[in-house]
Write a protein that binds this ligand. Structure first.
Ligand code: GAL
Length: 431
């Protein structure tokens, strides 16, 4: 081998070695001992609700902002399922709870929905220590404390009080036509005729979720039966086969004649849009409409108690609790402290269209409608809402919703009344 050939082969070998070393994994380097501890496991808080419309989401974000300010290291997961009154969220929640995958905390109505669906069945943790530490027994009204209790314990923290029986109207349209909100059903129908003659849909309804018709029906029931007999419906004292229930169904059938024909395609907030646009005269819906108006910057909203319900406050409340096996119980407890606090409720409720469940909030922070609701809450006869979980168990509400689904189409009063009477039996309340 000549010297030149040797050099040539040697340089080939060197190039090859260089190439191989470039492809090879780097040699391990000595690692310096860590001077700071590794980051703690991520802290999270998953809150499940159906608050997705403008006003609803705005309220929820206020609470999230306050939580983040206090606990910046906690990641909040906003688990929402759209659909008024939770008609889509509740089945989704059930699937998760029964499948052993609870969210950290979830929106649930005070009353039968909380107690029958989740507490009696053993899915929730009691919250007595929290109520004691936060002094909540002194600031929540006794009636509210009672309705979130079972077996001597508290099971959820109410963030608000909503009113179901409100008739909303467009003040400008009413003023332009010299109209007044109707105080009786007769006045309602006289006004409805006038509206119809002027090309305005008298009643805006959005029952894409049938709950909105059940909601309308509960308001008509309260306006027809009065507080005491209405209450008797949920205890078996008032006869579902009686003349007043029949009358309420007849009134409802007549009201439906004045509703927008596309009601089964609209949501409650789309129905409210018809009032805002002056296309419809009135809508009967809970006071989350106040939040919707605020979010849509609609300042000409008028309100009144729907026919026959003056002096009656059909109430419901959104609450949050601690499910058993919630992934982040410590973070939930802090969430619940916030939800029940004066500052939390004063931030949430003015934009959510509800009043505080606590009795020490400052009325000056609230708009004119909510101030009027606060006064009524203090003096009216309080009765529980059917469509929003306070009055009846979820299974009973479902049976009534099924009756309503058929009734809004066939308007067969006798059939509906028989169905309602049977529902009360099936619920185990009527004999
Ligand atoms: C109710 C709930 C309110 C509001 C409304 C419309 O059931 O309590 O907070 O969200 O549904 O979605």
């Amino acid at each position: 081998m000549s010297r030149n050939t040797f050099r040539f082969l040697l340089s080939l070998l060197l190039i090859g070695a260089l190439f191989l070393s470039a492809c090879a994994p780097p040699a391990p380097q000595p690692v310096a001992a860590p001077t700071t501890p590794p980051p703690a496991a991520a802290k999270k808080l998953e809150i499940f609700s159906w608050w997705t419309t403008g006003g609803e989401a705005a309220g929820l974000l206020k609470l999230f902002d306050m939580y983040k300010q206090k606990f910046p290291d906690v990641e909040i997961i906003n688990a929402t399922v759209a659909g008024g009154a939770g008609f889509e969220a509740k089945p989704a929640l059930k699937a998760r709870m029964l499948g052993g995958d609870p969210p950290d905390s979830f929106q649930v109505h005070m009353g039968r929905e909380l107690i029958d669906t989740w507490v009696v069945t053993g899915y929730m943790e009691p919250l007595d220590d929290l109520f004691k530490e936060e002094g909540w027994e002194k600031v929540f009204p006794p009636g509210v404390l009672e309705i979130i209790s079972y077996n001597g314990s508290y099971w959820s923290v109410p963030v608000n009080i909503h009113r179901a029986n409100v008739l909303w109207y467009n003040k400008k349209v009413f003023e332009a036509n010299g109209w007044k909100p109707p105080a009786t059903f007769d006045e309602f129908f006289t006004l409805a005729e006038d509206m119809k003659a002027k090309g305005i849909t008298p009643l805006a309804l959005g029952d894409v979720g049938i709950w909105a018709s059940t909601h309308l029906f509960e308001v008509i029931l309260a306006g027809t039966l009065g507080a005491e007999k209405y209450n008797g419906l949920w205890t078996g004292q008032t006869d579902w086969n009686g003349p007043e229930v029949k009358q309420a169904l007849e009134t409802m059938a007549k009201m439906l004649e004045y509703a927008n024909p596309d009601h089964s395609a609209l949501s409650w907030d789309q129905a409210n849009d018809l009032v805002i646009q002056g296309k419809a005269g009135m809508t009967i819906m809970g006071d989350w409409v106040d939040a919707d108006n605020l979010a849509k910057k609609f300042a000409d909203s008028g309100w009144a108690a729907p026919p026959g319900t003056q002096g009656i406050f059909v109430a419901l409340s959104d609450t949050f609790g601690l499910p058993k096996n919630a992934p982040h119980p410590e973070q939930v407890r802090e969430w619940l402290r916030l939800v029940g606090s004066k500052a939390g409720q004063e931030a949430f409720n003015p934009v959510k269209g509800s009043i505080c469940a606590r009795n020490d909030c400052d009325p000056k922070l609230f708009g004119p409608y909510l101030q009027s609701a606060m006064q009524d809450w203090a003096k009216d006869a309080i009765v529980p809402s059917l469509a929003h979980g306070a009055a009846a168990s979820e299974s009973w509400v479902t049976l009534i919703n099924d009756v309503m689904t058929v009734f809004v189409t066939d308007r067969d009063v006798a059939k509906a009344q028989a169905g309602l009477a049977q529902a009360c039996k099936d619920a185990g309340v009527c004999k």
